[in-house]
Design a protein around this ligand. Structure first.
Ligand code: BES
Ligand code: ZN
Length: 458
């Protein structure tokens, strides 16, 4: 009996006191078998199936339906459950964008929109404004003109603002690499003027003509874009420890329940949401000395808005007591690569050390690397050790209508749920010692190579 109790202690003690690298949990300790056996990938799969019937775009009825479903599940498992609303500016792209140049009537322009760009129509002479830096535009009067600006160095938003301040009626930003720009201005600003993106080749062609002294009369039009205030929600399930046993520590498991427009988001991120629910179920009756929080975030796809809103509500004291945040995002695709843990700075921390230790014991070594792009970021920014659990490289269905239940692998779900479940159990169980919140020393990182499909801000 004593031996059984000592083993987890040894595991966590070694994690807590050895620097820079923490020791891995012992193989076959058996300590966590009971909860591991209860994790059932069929439950996770069925929840993904339910959630991924339609896209769950933040602020829509579909997101609210998902929120109610998640809330009911957490409550049915016995958690103290809260739905936390927050407002945000949602953006709907334009119905129509157009570029025409009177001197080049027959050309089909390869144009693109910028998220948060304003509607409007303007005609004027095209003037090259370099990179659109404040220094490029000092003393320049662009009144009545359209600014042609090259991508690079500063954000798209700053280019538009600098040109607008110099008096430009509209802006055309051309790419500095081949391919789509997929740009965003990052948010609203009443000083914006209409802006369009243009391909590298066509932008350079226009620049050549201007440099050769030609005059180009350009009309830019953006119609039907809409910004409106919407409400999204986080769902927060809490299980406090018994008063006599309270270590004062908090551990968080998170996922985002929203998805992008047009994508049913089976993997992104119904998979993480459903896994969070299953872990909440199996951990609901463990004797815990660490407070458990299971959270599904809204509006992740709009810029990690739910997790930022949640972290904003935490007190300094709560932040100090939070020893780990496990973010589950895209954890079930049969067509993606291996399970990988990503931290914002690319360094190991208590979350990745537990993940690799438990992973090595239960299946195989789990590598880690550097990536933001999910709800672990706001936690990391306030000093909470946090990591994103995801399969890398990403599947081709990411953010497409093909992100559907038929691409989900139960084996992958089971593996992630067991690794994260066992790691959280090790932290939270009353028979394991408190985690020491230290920064791990640098480890050789694993850096992922896959291309980002993130909207670009510069
Ligand atoms: N699940 C993705 C993040 C992701 C995808 C990370 C592929 C690593 C590899 C997430 O839902 C997402 O799409 N995030 C946005 C960023 C966010 C700040 C809007 C993205 O990456 O475009
Ligand atoms: Zn996601």
């Amino acid at each position: 009996m004593l031996k059984r109790k000592m083993l987890p202690f040894a595991i966590l003690a070694s994690l807590a006191f050895s620097l820079p690298a923490y020791a891995a949990p012992q193989p076959d300790s058996g300590f966590d078998n009971k909860i591991l056996k209860r994790i059932n990938a069929d439950n996770i799969y069925n929840t993904i199936d339910y959630l991924s019937k339609e896209p769950r775009v933040s602020g829509t009825e579909a997101e609210h339906n998902a929120v109610r479903f998640i809330e009911e599940k957490f409550t049915s498992f016995g958690y103290d459950t809260q739905v936390q609303p927050f407002t945000f500016q949602s953006y709907k792209g334009p119905d129509d964008i157009s570029l025409s140049i009177s001197e080049l009537e027959d050309v089909e322009w390869e144009i693109s929109n910028f998220s948060y760009g304003v509607n409007g129509q303007a005609t004027g002479e095209l003037v090259y404004a370099g990179l659109g830096l404040a220094s490029d535009l000092e003393g320049v009067d662009l009144s009545g003109k359209i600014a042609l600006i090259k991508r690079g160095d500063i954000s798209f938003a700053d280019k538009v603002l600098n040109a607008a301040r110099a008096g430009a009626e509209a802006v055309v930003i051309f790419n500095n690499a081949s391919g789509a720009m997929n740009g965003t201005l990052g948010g609203t600003n009443s000083d914006f003027v209409p802006v369009l993106g243009l391909s590298k080749a066509q932008g350079e062609e226009l620049l050549e003509k201007l440099e050769a002294g030609e005059t180009l009369t350009v009309t830019v039009a953006v119609e039907g874009a809409e910004v409106s205030e919407s409400t999204s929600h986080n769902v927060i399930a809490t299980k406090k420890p018994d008063k006599e046993k309270d270590s004062g520590q908090i551990v968080i498991v998170g996922a985002h329940h929203d998805s992008v427009e047009g994508a049913p988001g089976a993997n992104d991120d119904a998979s993480g949401t459903a896994t969070t629910l299953e872990l909440a179920r199996v951990l609901s009756d463990i004797p815990n000395d660490t407070e458990l929080r299971f959270i599904t975030f809204g509006a992740e796809e709009n810029g990690l808005l739910g997790s930022y809103a949640y972290v904003d509500t935490l007190t300094e004291d709560e932040i100090g007591r939070t020893v780990g945040m496990f973010q589950l995002d895209m954890v079930g695709s049969r067509d993606a690569g291996k399970l990988t843990m990503f931290t914002v700075d690319g360094k190991a921390n208590i979350v990745t050390d537990l993940g690799s230790g438990v992973g090595a014991r239960l299946s195989e070594k789990v590598n880690y690397g550097k990536e933001g792009r999910s709800d672990h970021v706001p936690f990391s920014e306030v000093g909470v050790p946090a990591a994103l659990f995801i399969h890398s490289p990403t599947e081709p269905w990411y953010h497409t209508p093909e992100d559907t239940i038929d691409k989900i692998s139960k084996a992958k779900l089971q593996e992630v749920a067991e690794i994260v479940g066992a790691a959280v159990y090790l932290i939270a169980h009353e028979d394991t010692p408190p985690v020491k919140k230290t920064k791990a020393g640098p480890k050789k990182g694993f850096f992922n190579q896959f291309e980002s499909s993130q909207q670009e801000t510069e």
